[in-house]
Design a protein around this ligand. Structure first.
Ligand code: NAP
Length: 236
């Protein structure tokens, strides 16, 4: 297990599911975690779980990535002001919304999907790029989905935004290729979370892996020794 003592990690989607499990794993490995999601109670539970795993108390940032999108812009400078550095970004916040034919997508649902699944990544890259480049071994992992590169009926609302996000992240990776910063997309495959349950409400329990089963492989992508860059790493 890689020691992340002294590293500062920003994790979105950290109130539940995969982002929460990755936060606990990074905290267990010694990182100072900054947790972002809307649900204060969920963030507090994950802070407790990090401490129970032997990690440092986390910094909790309740934030709606859609309704308070502009607040994302200050994250990088505020983290540097408080901690002096940012080493790791794990962007796991995501929203399925609903499975629906493209012709039936409602404007409100498309606005949410574009805001959370696409624009939030752009804003996070904008604000985190300078400190991540300045870090001795900056690492960024952005959670994607296989459907982003394999369009399927009823998945357009979520998949189109994820495809745009993938494109943006791969462009960013190309731009920072000569720096120490390593940027990768991670597709976790089917994982038993609220998002998965929304997509497959009748799925039998135990069919998909748990968030804590996929978290170590995602945390490994944040290690100083990680050399992969600009890749889509499929964990499924
Ligand atoms: P999840 O359990 O539903 O968690 C989603 C996270 O995103 C929650 O922490 C949620 O927190 C946060 N979030 C949603 N809308 C937000 C908003 N407006 N502002 C701030 N935070 C928001 O989903 P998950 O399965 O762990 O998904 C994590 C990532 O993995 C996503 O990017 C997803 O696309 C990807 N993925 C998942 C699967 C799977 O099978 N589970 C497969 C492929 C890819 P709050 O509600 O507290 O804000």
């Amino acid at each position: 297990m890689t020691d992340l003592t002294g590293r500062v990690a920003l994790i979105t989607g950290a109130s539940r599911g995969i982002g929460a499990a990755v936060a606990v794993e990074l905290g267990r490995r010694g990182a100072q975690c900054i947790l972002v999601a809307r649900t204060q109670g969920g963030l507090e539970e994950i802070d407790d779980a990090i401490r129970a795993a032997g990690g440092l108390p986390a910094t909790l940032l309740p934030l709606d990535l859609q309704k308070r999108a502009q607040d994302v812009d200050m994250l990088g400078p505020s983290i540097v002001a408080r901690f002096g550095r940012l080493d790791i970004l794990v962007h796991a916040a995501g929203v399925l919304s609903k499975l629906t034919p493209v012709a039936h997508i409602q404007p409100r649902d498309m606005e949410e999907s574009l805001a959370v699944n696409l624009s939030a990544a752009w804003r996070l890259i904008r604000t985190c790029d300078p400190p991540l480049r300045a870090a001795p071994a900056g690492r960024a992992v952005v959670l994607t989905d296989a459907v982003a590169s394999a369009p399927a009926a009823y998945w357009g609302l979520y998949g189109a935004a994820k495809a745009g996000m993938d494109h943006l992240v791969r462009c960013w990776a190309a731009e920072v290729a000569t720096t120490p910063l390593r940027v990768n997309l991670a597709d976790p495959g089917p994982v038993a979370t609220q998002l998965r349950a929304n997509a497959f409400p009748g799925e039998m329990p135990g069919t998909s892996r748990s968030p804590s089963e996929v978290a170590p492989a995602i945390a490994d992508l944040c290690a100083e020794t990680e050399t992969r860059h600009g890749e889509t790493i499929r964990l499924g």
